[in-house]
Design a protein around this ligand. Sequence first.
Ligand code: NHW
Length: 398
Amino acid sequence: MTLNSNPAARRHKFWETQPVGQFRDTADTSLPDGPIEPPTPLSEVRADPYPLPAAFEWLTCDLDDDALLADLYSLLAHNYVEDDENMFRFNYSPAFLRWALKPPSFFRAWHIGVRAKESKKLVAFISGVPARIRARDDIVRMAEINFLCVHKKLRSKRLAPVLIREVTRRVHQENIWQAAYTAGVVLPTPITTCRYWHRSLNPKKLIDVGFSRLGPRMTMSRTVRLYKMPDAPLTPGFRRMELRDVAAVTRLLRAYLARFVVAPDFDEVDVEHWLLPQEDVVDSYLVESPETHEVTDFCSFYTLPSSVLNNANYATLKAAYSYYNVSTKTPLQQLMNDALIVAKQKNYDVFNALDVMENESFLKELKFGPGDGQLHYYLYNYRIRNGIKPSELGLVLL
Ligand code: NHW
């Protein structure tokens, strides 16, 4: 083992300057939970954008502009997150990006691009959206930061810290001082570390593209049989969520999310945006009791395909990601089995879920297998001493 293989021992020239939990403080039990530093007066927030290398300029992105959205889509489709073996790359659709970046009361100034001055080509991006997130009893206005991306040709030039400082400045201008974000890399300091689990829906394709392997002593036909799903959901009253369900779903979700240490504080406006179905973006289903017509259970997933890199037969994997699920009458495992069934009906190849909330209770039983990637959750300028367990986390970021 080399000295640097322990992530906590690595120097972080940028992150060491930021108000985040520092690795050196993890043993210090005297530090209080909550904001790490107080807000500064708005008049002291830097007025001008941070300087960029001379060949580049900032671009506040208008995602209603189809041409700009296409540029952002293309930047991410070619340069965003890949798995460790560089076999797959996230392929967020344009409609998904619009949904993810334009929630109620979004700030256009938080959709930050960097382009080459001469060619006008978009070469980097970072974004924030506003959210209310509860940490223990404290409801905090935060930015959810996502889609940080630097073109492959511009990597390792310390552009990422400039993007992060610039989004921080623009968030501060709205008098918001905290943020939430996730990353596959270890930075100072995760509040929790989650694992993705994967449920094969189209095992033959997953094996063909190298996403999964044939198990020991398994044949392809036995594998296909193992993962076969019924043709239609099994729970009576299971149906797609509609606009008229927003109030009932909000009530269910609020009551459920109250159980977790860190979770979003959703109101009806948020639920309408984040959970009302949009084809190939987000899907939500619920159970309406056939007798009382009461909405008793709810499940949802979002659509995030991955490009399959270097495969002659397939270009994309269609993946569903478990989002928010609430069970009060239908056992969670049965509810999620129905979610898998509709995902299979809709031709998804795989259904992914993190081990957050109560997901552990159904993963093994429903034949999910653990993935090898980890997802670390972070808060900016907010300390949660000793962190939390994945099962204490009620927040899913896209
Ligand atoms: S995580 C997905 C991030 N994107 C990708 O992985 C796409 C592919 N990779 C890239 O485009 C979801 C580049 O490799 C990136 C780094 C741009 C990742 N988060 O420019 P340099 C999100 O979008 C640090 C945070 O030379 P690069 C969440 C790294 O530790 N920091 O690297 C985003 C080092 O700092 P250190 C990251 O490879 C949350 C420095 O960047 C990071 O050319 C953002 C090196 O910079 C990551 N994923 O570009 C934070 N990856 O101190 C929001 C690397 O260690 C904070 N780094 O020396 C909150 C802000 C708002 C606050 C409001 C109050």
